[in-house]
Design a protein around this ligand. Sequence first.
Ligand code: MN
Length: 348
Amino acid sequence: MTNLEVRPVEEVCPPGQPGGYAGNGPCLQLWPAREVPLGGVRAMNVFRTLPQRGLPTVGAWCFLDSFGPDRVAMSVLPHPHTGLQTVTWPLAGTIRHRDSVGSDVIVRPGELNIMTAGNGVSHSEFAVLPHRPSPGETSDAGTELPLQRGLQLWVALPDGERHRAPAFEQHRDLPEVTGDGFTATVMVGSFAGAASPATMYSPIVGADITCSGSVVLPLDPEFEHAVLVLDGGLTLDGQDVPPGPLGYLGTGRRLLEVEALPGTRFILLGGEPFQEELLMWWNFVGRTHDEVAQARQDWEDQADLPDPTAEGSRFGLVRGHGPEAGAEAGRIPAPPLPGVRLRPRTRS
Ligand code: MN
């Protein structure tokens, strides 16, 4: 998905520390979600839990939006990315993904889309809608908009990988691992002895975990971790973690003991603390203001090219959005850059 903010500001993300943002070792901090001002996707509730002031990244995870559940026709026209991987994890509903490396795929709950932007990619995402009867057709069954719910995450690419060529992967058979009281689907990295086939560029983990009662989960103590509860609720370190906020767990945990309400489902994110300063603006992850401003300019300039696939077109062409495409014609223009350059933040 695109960053839906109408007037995004630059987010300077200071480098992580080997001990994580809370200092060395384990902790539990609840970072509230904030509702994102809506741009392109009308009436869809979007809640952002990364980046935060004081918690810009968890490992290389640098962006986490939850959307839905809502009955809206998600339609996100072509827009660009740089310097990151997008990780799309639908929880309900079905999304058609098209991109400038030629992909045109449907992604369903349980399946993972990973798009590596590298130096520049563009893509679109549309909800797959039920058949709408044309005049004269009698059947009006199945015309209700399907429920849409899901997660859109970004992973920052490390400096040595962020200028690579763009790429796309879809994984339909992610490993599922069952332990004492839990079942986990491993989206990226490794968890509880199972490894995802997804191509990642830093030590990282992402898992979708279902559990009930008292459960002990194995973690990598070198990683910092966070949890996002989707359904139910967790109690850990004597504190409740409900759906909504991101629960930051710090580093140094080899085992995570949780008490889970029946049918609890949560996302576990983690990775080695990302020790590079990032500058994020709109859909770009860079290192400097000038770099991000150049990416914005390259996307805007591309709107005027007669053939966006021609040499020199940084973000390429997403097929199927030309003038003949009706409601799916067009592209998302870049918002205006903020008038001031922000200074790097200090960690709170
Ligand atoms: Mn996107």
